[in-house]
Design a protein around this ligand. Structure first.
Ligand code: AMP
Length: 370
């Protein structure tokens, strides 16, 4: 079984680490040399993801399936790749996830709540959105935003001019969203196989710093059963409505006993990295099982682990030998050079209590470079 992956970053690398034991081989397409998935598979370097010649070199007439590991690839890349091999997840989820207005419109159309929003194409639309939503609100680019990039919180109408100056020219337009004073951020990770089988992981609680995921803990502490069930229903319905195959991650705001969808990612997700060591089947393995028509694996916690945690390693390389002394800590490095704001690895923690996971996360946190 040969799996071709559009993208060659850490998500691709962790897909291969999960798939090789199942007898799979991996080939990646990257637009720059030296991608970190190169340690675990062959990397084809091409000028663009939708370049037909590069895709031909990626698939080489022998890949059984094509998948992708980040959502900012042009939708045309899927169209081109589909000429040579099946591509999963399909184009619908990718195109919806690439546009925040289309994405929120989709969720509302299937009775799933999102923050109130307005599409903003002109300076006049921005005034109208400010009138309708009121300050504060969040102004974001509709397309190509990630890790909090391409967005700002507008606290008063005095800031409209400068916000428009900074973001107004963005190709694809903007979205204005109500600023949600959430109780916390959660994510739900579901998986649906090409045979229609579904499974959902325990709901994850996420903390962001500077727009980047800082840490996760699962199952989300103290989450009422009804909300966990609602999150389950949200991801299951979304997967079903899109006739989806693969892992789907949905980021949620918990607010006043309700859940609102912030965004979705049609791929394995940073908030699911804990599943490598904490769940019976990792999100990476289940993604591969799902797109190749294999039976899905159980998504519950591993025996002996009631809680799992994840701490991102951002920027500098960590003191590995010290971290390995932290109880329950597992080190995952991505083979990338240090750079401010870059995710260079993560730590996973597992224990038989939430407090033990938190204690280990805190101990590891104090060892990291500031
Ligand atoms: P995003 O790129 O949409 O995932 O946004 C990055 C982070 O900004 C989220 O994880 C939230 O912490 C925050 N954020 C995004 N949208 C909103 C909103 N409508 N209200 C409040 N906070 C938000």
């Amino acid at each position: 079984m040969i799996v071709a992956v559009l993208g060659a970053g850490q998500l691709g690398r962790m897909l291969a680490l999960a798939g090789v034991p199942l007898g799979m081989k991996f080939r990646f397409l990257s637009t720059s040399p030296g991608a970190c998935a190169g340690d675990v598979g062959e990397v084809v370097v091409g000028p663009r993801f939708d370049d037909e010649d590069s895709i031909k070199r990626l698939v080489k007439g022998e890949a059984d399936i094509v998948t992708y590991e980040f959502e900012n690839i042009p939708a045309r890349a899927i169209e081109v790749a589909a000429r040579y091999a099946p591509v999963l997840p399909g184009a619908l989820a990718l195109t919806l996830a690439q546009d925040r207005v289309d994405e929120k419109t989709f969720f509302r159309s299937i009775d799933i709540g999102t923050p109130d929003f307005h599409a903003v194409a002109t300076r006049h639309d921005l005034d109208a959105a400010a009138d309708a939503i009121g300050c504060p609100f969040v102004l974001k680019t509709r397309r190509f935003g990630y890790d909090g990039k391409g967005q700002r919180v507008i606290k008063s109408r005095d800031e409209l001019d400068s916000a428009w100056e900074a973001l107004g020219a963005h190709e694809g337009g903007l979205i204005a969203e109500r600023f949600i004073r959430f109780d916390r951020e959660l994510s739900v990770i579901g998986v649906r196989s090409s045979r229609g089988e579904t499974a959902v992981y325990p709901i994850t609680q996420n903390v962001h710093r500077g727009g980047i995921l800082h840490n996760s803990i699962a199952p989300a502490p103290g989450l009422p059963g009804a909300l966990a069930e609602r999150a389950n229903e949200i991801v299951t319905r979304a997967m079903h409505e899109m006739d989806y195959a693969g892992v789907l991650a949905i980021e949620l705001f918990e607010v006043g006993g309700d859940l609102l969808v912030n965004e979705m990612a049609p791929r394995v997700h940073n908030s699911g990295h804990w599943t490598i060591d904490g769940a019976q089947t990792s999100q990476f393995e289940n993604h591969l099982r799902a797109i190749t028509g294999l039976p899905l694996g159980p998504t519950s916690m591993r025996p002996g682990i009631t809680h799992a945690g994840m701490l991102n390693l951002v920027g500098d390389h960590p003191p590995v030998s010290k971290l390995l002394t932290v109880p329950g800590a597992r080190v995952h490095l991505y083979g990338k050079a240090s750079k401010p704001g870059r995710k260079v690895g993560h730590l996973n923690f597992g224990a038989a209590s939430e407090s033990a996971v938190r204690a280990s996360m805190e101990a590891a946190g104090t060892m990291l470079p500031r």
